[in-house]
Design a binder for this molecule. Structure first.
Ligand SMILES: [Fe+2]
Ligand SMILES: [Fe+2]
Length: 228
């Protein structure tokens, strides 16, 4: 791929990225992880990989208009295909990028088949690992108005049932973030994910313990004051 072609793809990506959990920095981090994984794999088409990374989340904006029905991986794949054809890409290469993008979603049914699709999947999932994954989940939760935690009637933090209409950070962590470490295809991504996992696990348990301590002590003291 020439530099000017790269710039055209990058400019198109920038015009489509608005939401802050999937902003342009997410795209560059995914690209950086992908380049790292690429260096540990053989037989990868670098141009396909770079185009797929840059364009993988361009369908997000459309998904927001109807999140129940629309799937950004599918929409983004089609948008990338049309865009690459308009740049004069060969149909089979544009289709390959489309296939990579349409199978990059963690919750998606379509599994990545080619090595380029698997690298994109892994690179995207690495951005859900570690401290960055926690930060992105918190930002996204804030944007959609989700609470940090929900307490049940017994005064315990609810940790299961994420992905529902009312979901907290603790539910999302157990529903998605905790499981992502088992989903990698490449050895290199698995290794990076396990290194970064430590920061996420520590943050989760520190936050859990602080809130629990605050809640149980605070409630005890409050009840005592009411009885006096
Ligand atoms: Fe995505
Ligand atoms: Fe992404």
């Amino acid at each position: 791929m020439t530099k000017s072609e790269y710039n055209k793809i990058e400019t198109y990506m920038l015009s489509q990225m608005q939401d802050s959990a999937h902003d342009k920095h997410h795209v560059y981090r995914v690209l950086n992880w992908a380049v790292d994984i690429y260096e540990h794999e053989d037989g990868v088409d670098f141009d396909i990989l770079v185009a797929a990374c840059l364009l993988h989340d361009i369908g997000r904006e459309k998904q927001f208009t109807d999140p129940e029905k629309l799937n950004h991986a599918k929409i983004g794949g089609r948008m990338a295909y049309d865009f690459l054809l308009s740049l004069g890409w060969r149909e089979e290469n544009a289709r390959h990028v489309k296939e990579c993008i349409s199978s990059h979603r963690f919750r998606g049914k379509k599994k990545p088949q080619s090595i380029e699709a698997r690298i994109l999947f892994d690179a995207d999932k690495l951005d859900v690992c570690g401290a960055v994954g926690i930060a992105r989940t918190l930002i996204y939760g804030g944007q959609v108005g989700e609470p940090l935690y929900i307490m049940n009637d017994d005064g315990n933090i609810v940790v299961d049932g994420g992905g529902a209409e009312i979901s907290s950070f603790f539910q999302e962590y157990n529903f998605k973030l905790k499981k992502v470490y088992d989903s990698f295809y490449t050895k290199r991504a698995k290794k990076i994910a396990l290194e970064n996992k430590k920061a996420a696990v520590k943050f989760y348990s520190d936050l859990f313990n602080e809130i629990n301590k605050n809640y149980s002590n605070g409630m005890k003291n409050y009840k005592k004051l009411l009885e006096e």
